[in-house]
Design a protein around this ligand. Structure first.
Ligand code: ZN
Length: 204
């Protein structure tokens, strides 16, 4: 999806201009298997966008991606999960009166993602991002990476917090990911449960 940038640090949404900005664009069929090479290329492009934003704003960034185990990275579900992350980020920044200098949303075949540049101290941003990941009902399905000027990625460990837990068991997520402890179906079931639980709460 082509991006359009405004000058002067205005808030932008790359793909969804003309729509309510938390909504993902209409989905035709985006459930396509993505290979390792495409994922690596997407990671490189993400890093390039981060460097560009750090260069331009010299403020901490939140890079948002969706947890999508398996080869399909895009589709109605990941788009919805990202839209909820955007909504939560927007509300958080508004409540805390943090200026959002830039807000780029990219709806990609390799998975939807977003990049915020925020006028606040890096550690306050990291701490708030961790709270969203830990407390929002869909937060376990988000990766909110906080990157400080100088390309320093802030970690939970540096805040004295434990690593994120696996979606399925209580072990640290990176351990289960590395050892491929859980079959894909088990991970997808866990995601399905989290989303259904969220929907149930919304219906009250
Ligand atoms: Zn696990």
């Amino acid at each position: 999806m082509a991006s359009s940038r405004h000058s002067g640090g205005s808030v932008i949404d790359v793909a969804a201009s003309g729509r309510a900005y938390v909504d993902a664009p209409a989905v035709v069929d985006t459930s396509v298997a993505i290979g390792l090479e495409q994922m690596l290329a997407a990671r490189e492009q993400r890093a390039a966008r981060q460097i560009a934003a750090l260069t331009r704003f010299d403020r901490p960034l939140v890079s948002i991606t969706v947890v999508t185990p398996g080869a399909v990275k895009d589709g109605p579900l990941p788009r919805r999960v990202l839209s909820e992350a955007l909504r939560a980020m927007d509300v958080m920044c508004r409540i805390r009166r943090w200026s959002v200098l830039s807000r780029e949303v990219s709806w990609l075949g390799t998975g939807p993602e977003a990049l915020y540049a925020v006028e606040v101290a890096s550690w306050r941003l990291k701490s708030a991002a961790v709270k969203l990941e830990d407390r929002h009902p869909l937060g376990r399905l988000w990766d909110l990476d906080v990157i400080a000027p100088g390309q320093r990625v802030l970690s939970r460990k540096q805040l004295g917090l434990p690593a994120r837990a696996c979606l399925v068991c209580d072990r640290p997520a990176f351990e289960c990911g590395r050892s491929r402890r859980h079959p894909l179906t088990e991970l997808m079931d866990a995601i399905d449960r989290i989303v259904k639980e969220h929907d149930r709460r919304l219906r009250g």
